[in-house]
Design a protein around this ligand. Structure first.
Ligand code: NDP
Length: 285
């Protein structure tokens, strides 16, 4: 084996708990290899009480950045120097970027989603229904608002989270939004262009779980998106495809948020095909 030119490697990481099933490492490492970068992406399990120390370690060891999974996305903010405007609005960070001595918090989840949407439709002026009001829904709602959608209906089981998100969208993002409590089958209103499942319904192993959504209200040509990456062909994705909707699966969003993070850390636009192929190997396409 030829001797390496240098023993110095650049490092990025994901902090989470647990992170045993986090697939991001596979796609980021595949892109490092494809672009011949001698970088490493480390998956590190960090307990909530140790998060501050872990971020200090990231600084001390000169990591170029990192990702955060639940439960660290909100708690990490106090350990960073600042956030981007969008991450500040969401109140959640899933990506850390080092600029000089500064650690900056960004949120690439919603941006990844909007990139997937742009592949099938221009978000401008669209009327959107989002199921869910957790971290993924907040990130998607804020980025859709910033991308110029005209109206967002937030449909959520718990009233407090749902109305908080609608308030954030109306008051801070300045997009017209309303909250509808999710009790029973929800029929999508006439004139809806885009539907997003941003709940965890359908995530492995509960693959047969079904959204309380009146499928007869879906119309041909509507865009139906699911954030669930595992499995990518969720029940919603399959049923919406049968109805003639344009479908976006959760793998696309996961790849796109990875593409954005990769570019922030390395300055290189990675090949999304390589990253998606790595994920498909893990999840099955
Ligand atoms: P949170 O725990 O913050 O939010 C979960 C949301 O799902 C809440 O709105 C919750 O409602 C709702 N929910 C959960 N179970 C049910 C149910 N049985 N019936 C009705 N509503 C339900 O999680 P996140 O927002 O961070 O993540 C949600 C999903 O998004 C996860 O599965 C995650 O894998 C996926 N995700 C995908 C990404 C990608 O790149 N593809 C990126 C980030 C997340 P309530 O408020 O009532 O509890």
């Amino acid at each position: 084996m030829p001797a390496p030119k240098s023993f110095k490697q650049e490092l990025v990481c994901v902090f989470g708990q647990p992170v045993a099933e986090n697939p991001t490492q596979y796609m980021i490492e595949a892109a490092f290899k494809h672009h011949r970068l001698d970088w490493r992406y480390l998956t590190i399990e960090v307990a909530p009480k140790d998060l501050g120390d872990a971020v200090k370690g990231l600084r001390a060891m000169n990591f170029r950045g990192g990702n955060l999974t639940i439960p660290h996305k909100v708690a990490v903010i106090e350990h960073l120097d600042r956030t981007t405007d969008a991450a500040g609005l969401m109140g959640a960070v899933n990506c850390i970027l080092r600029q000089g001595d500064e650690l900056i918090g960004e949120n690439t989840d919603g941006k990844g989603f909007v990139q997937s949407l742009r592949d099938v439709a221009d978000p401008k002026g669209k009327r959107v229904v989002i199921f869910g009001a957790g971290g993924a829904a907040r990130a998607i709602g804020v980025e859709l608002g910033l991308a110029g959608v005209s109206h967002i209906t937030v449909v959520n089981r718990s009233n407090s989270r749902g109305s908080d998100l609608a308030k954030l969208l109306n008051e801070k993002v300045k997009v017209e939004a309303k909250f509808v409590p999710w009790d029973g089958e929800y029929a999508v209103p006439e004139g809806t262009d885009v539907i997003v499942n941003a709940t965890s319904i359908g995530l492995f192993p509960d693959v047969d779980a079904r959204l309380a959504l009146d499928m007869s209200s879906l119309k041909e040509g509507m865009v139906v998106a699911d954030v669930i990456p595992n499995p990518p062909k969720t029940r919603l994705v399959r049923e919406a495809t049968d109805k003639g909707c344009a479908v976006i699966d959760g793998l696309g969003m996961l790849v796109n948020q990875g593409v954005i993070g990769f570019k922030l850390w390395t300055g290189i636009d990675p090949d999304p095909k390589i990253m998606r192929a790595a994920l498909e190997e893990v999840f099955g396409s």
